[in-house]
Design a protein around this ligand. Structure first.
Ligand code: PMP
Length: 398
């Protein structure tokens, strides 16, 4: 696809054809949202430079952002990308704990810096896990069972900690994406990561919540993905929808965790938290609030989930429908009993949807899970367009 323009929930290609964007977690509050565009333009006309000098917009934005977090998370450092945010979060966690060990999920994605790419097995088979990393199974309620998913996740984390110690490596952090986007989109049962987080804390590890995918109201009922699970992170990494396309990301952290790091070394990120990016970030928060997008994410997300489940009654290929808010996964299988991944069919569904003018994608190690991540501004008529296209494509495949 060659895209040339975006407006609201629509993307336009070079021929002027429009596509319903159900796969965008960057322009999450709508393409080219007028309030974001205005905020960027006004700030760009006033001042845009590095972050060496004080600038009120940065402080105002930091306070607005921190106002959306639980009280314990009181400080933020800005970066340009989610990868940098995870990289920084890990450095802070290692400095605080004096350890190096990191626990991630088997098919995690956390970014592209040297350190973080080595902790992103989903980048490809040539990623060599470093000696200080251990992987655990994501809480896959579909394949492991809803009661077992959280228990096994906790057991795996406990085992990984013991294994690191047995190798003479002090564990520093449990780093997890709150919706396990690359592992296959696992949102439920709510609270399924709580036991693992409790074990990590009891063992002296810090919990880094990677909210690059599931933050900013994406999962509906909460602003932050970790809140669905009733857990308290020590560090939270943010990115993607933070500036609705303007590069801005960051780490939100407990002050006592940051303090020793801040005291012992400098951190200067030339563009991280620059005035224009912060203006965009502030506009995004304002729009989420003023347009009730968290509520919309909950309502339309629940509607989509329900309707997708109805579709599964008519289409044998659908093995499981899951997700939270506007982050949905539809796992396709050729055999419901055996849960045989239907990778080829998934690719055809994604392409068939695009041919019908609806953009989605696929996730999971075998890419047999439809990844549906509509803009938070979807109305029910947009949800219906998506559902109708999916129904047609599945019928055609059958
Ligand atoms: N963490 C997660 C969960 C992500 O999905 C991504 C980006 N896909 C990142 C981190 C890295 O963010 P960025 O591409 O902005 O570096």
């Amino acid at each position: 696809m060659h895209t040339v323009r975006g407006e609201g929930v629509w993307l336009y290609d070079e021929s002027g054809r429009r596509y319903l964007d159900a796969y965008n977690n960057v322009a999450s509050i709508g393409h080219c949202h007028p309030r974001v565009v205005q905020a960027i333009a006004e700030q760009a006309a006033r001042l845009n430079t590095h972050t060496r000098y004080l600038q009120e917009g940065i402080l105002d934005y930091a306070e607005s952002l921190l106002g959306t977090f639980p009280d314990a998370l009181q400080q933020v450092m800005f970066t340009c990308t989610g990868s940098e945010a995870n990289d920084l979060a890990l450095r802070i966690a290692r400095h605080y704990t004096g350890g190096t060990g990191v626990i991630i999920t088997r098919f995690a994605y956390h970014g592209v810096t040297g350190d973080i790419s080595s902790l992103s097995p989903s980048l490809g088979a040539s990623i060599q896990l470093p000696a200080h990393a251990r992987t655990v199974r994501a809480p896959d309620a579909y394949r492991l069972g809803a009661e077992q998913a959280g228990k096994l996740f906790a057991e795996d984390v406990r085992g990984a900690i013991a294994d690191l110690r047995a190798s003479g490596i002090k564990p520093a952090a449990l780093l997890i994406d709150g919706i396990f986007a690359s592992d296959g989109i696992f949102a439920d049962p709510q609270g399924c990561i709580a036991e693992a987080v409790a074990i990590a804390h009891a063992e002296g590890l810090l919990y880094i919540a990677d909210e690059v995918q599931c933050g900013f109201a994406r999962t509906g009922a909460h602003m932050w993905g970790f809140q669905r699970h009733g857990v308290q992170p020590d560090l939270v990494s943010l990115g993607k929808p933070m500036g609705n396309g303007q590069p801005i990301a960051g780490v939100v952290v407990r002050p006592e965790v940051l303090e020793p790091f801040g005291r012992s070394m400098r951190y200067f990120n030339t563009f991280g938290g620059n005035p224009v990016s912060c203006a965009a970030g502030q506009a995004v928060l304002d729009v989420i609030h003023d347009e009730g997008l968290q509520q919309r994410s909950t309502q339309i997300g629940a509607y989509l989930l329900g309707e997708l489940r109805k579709l599964s009654e008519r289409h044998e290929l659908i093995g499981d429908v899951r997700g939270a808010g506007m982050f949905l996964g539809v796992e396709l299988v050729t055999d419901r009993k055996m849960k045989t991944p239907a990778a080829e069919q998934t690719r055809r569904v994604v392409n068939g949807m695009r041919e019908r003018g609806v953009l989605i994608s696929a996730a999971g190690p075998l890419e047999n899970i439809l990844k549906i991540r509509p803009l938070l501004t979807f109305q029910s008529e947009h949800a219906d367009l998506l559902l109708q296209a999916l129904d047609e494509v599945l019928l055609e495949l059958a």
